[in-house]
Design a protein around this ligand. Sequence first.
Ligand SMILES: Nc1ncnc2c1ncn2[C@@H]1O[C@H](COP(=O)(O)OP(=O)(O)O)[C@@H](O)[C@H]1O
Ligand SMILES: [Mg+2]
Length: 142
Amino acid sequence: MQSIAFFNNKGGVGKTTLLCNVAAYLALERKKKVLVVDADPQCNATQLLLDDWDVYELYEDSKSFTVHSIIHPLSIGKGYADSIKPQKVLDYGVDLIPGDPRLALKEDLLSKDWQDAIGGEIRGLRTSFLFSELLERCGKYD
Ligand SMILES: Nc1ncnc2c1ncn2[C@@H]1O[C@H](COP(=O)(O)OP(=O)(O)O)[C@@H](O)[C@H]1O
Ligand SMILES: [Mg+2]
């Protein structure tokens, strides 16, 4: 499986737009199995891919499966999340792990555990490997 990340420190330069269009191109034109992971607490990719009502329902229910469902168990010392439940986005041909505004609350944890990981501390390593561990479990995607 290949993973592609879109990163630029500057806001408003087209990361989210590019991400969603590249994902849809790979899925619809190149027939690839694509998983979009929205790891931005602004959740603009989620808002672009889903329609307004689905976004409303998603965030109305605090138990919806989002990127928060993956990081929250780790942040309370319960390790990696058991199961991953992406949702299908038919119009774009992709699966999606929606973003979550609550991810903003985890940024301190991510940066602190990164420091601890450098010191070889187990919890820090676990946190820092969160997303690579997630990708390893997504072998059915291209
Ligand atoms: N290629 C483009 N040409 C013109 N406008 C664009 C282009 N790509 C993105 N935009 C617009 O620029 C704004 C910011 O894009 P966005 O993808 O949200 O940026 P980022 O994710 O980097 O913050 C949006 O209003 C978007 O519609
Ligand atoms: Mg964006």
